[in-house]
Design a protein around this ligand. Structure first.
Ligand SMILES: [Fe+2]
Ligand SMILES: [Fe+2]
Length: 238
């Protein structure tokens, strides 16, 4: 087996090279978006995961993907504007679509199953709505303020534009951390989305959708923190 990835590679860097690594990290509960600058070794130690078997799994999946000619989008070579359009059209659009449905359904399962699972479901409902309101305001700020400034900076970089972006990016970064923390809390409350025995189809659908949403948000934050913001910070002013 080849050794495409090493223990000192960062989680974000691995996902950048091989997007399917995100599935492996999600499976093991490793945060590759907000914690993307940590090395695989550090993340594995923290989560008490065997480093060599994790590396083996990653390298094996990479080899399999190469054999079937997987195509990976190279986000380092497209323009920042193209990357921003992708983030907005894919990830922001996804959240704008699932938020209203999940808001309605988390309330519905609280109403129907509140008698037996009231404490847990009211917390899920509360934390979901906290996540939703935070991310909605966050995405509006990105679309209306930050992303247009990044596009303007890409067209005509200047020190003053870079300085005005710096604080904005720190704020976005902090808000990403806050969303990541809420997602971790929802995972804990639901015991890793483990369904109770008396769960109905709607209950199961809500858990599945929340878990899908978590994965989509991780991919979304990864593209912003580890690609967009990183590329911006490495861009030189002419
Ligand atoms: Fe975003
Ligand atoms: Fe964001």
């Amino acid at each position: 087996m080849s050794n495409n990835f090493q223990s000192q590679d960062t989680l974000g860097g691995i996902v950048l090279k091989f997007p399917q690594a995100a599935d492996v990290f999600k499976k093991h509960g490793l945060d590759f978006c907000c914690g993307g600058d940590r090395s695989l070794a550090a993340a594995a130690n923290e989560h008490q995961i065997d480093q060599s078997s994790l590396l083996g799994e990653l390298n094996e999946r990479y080899e399999d993907a190469l054999k079937v000619g997987f195509v990976t989008k190279d986000w380092m070579s497209v323009s920042l504007e193209q990357l921003i359009h992708h983030i907005v059209n894919t990830h922001h659009a996804y959240l704008n679509q699932v938020f209203p449905t999940l808001s309605e359904l988390t309330l519905k399962i609280l109403r129907v199953h509140g008698q037996h699972h009231g404490d847990m479901l009211s917390l899920v409902h509360q934390k979901f709505n906290e996540l939703r309101s935070g991310l909605e305001a966050h995405m509006i700020k990105e679309e209306e303020v930050v992303f247009p400034q990044i596009i303007a900076y890409e067209i005509a970089p200047s020190e003053s534009k870079r300085e005005s972006l710096q604080q904005l990016l720190l704020d976005l970064d902090r808000e990403h951390e806050e969303s990541g923390d809420i997602l971790k809390t929802i995972r804990e409350i639901t015991d890793n989305y483990d369904l109770p025995e008396d769960a109905c189809n709607t209950f199961a659908y809500v858990y599945r959708s929340l878990e899908d949403m978590e994965g989509n948000i991780f991919d979304h934050i990864h593209l912003e923190n580890n690609v967009l913001f990183l590329r911006l910070s490495e861009q030189t002013v002419a």
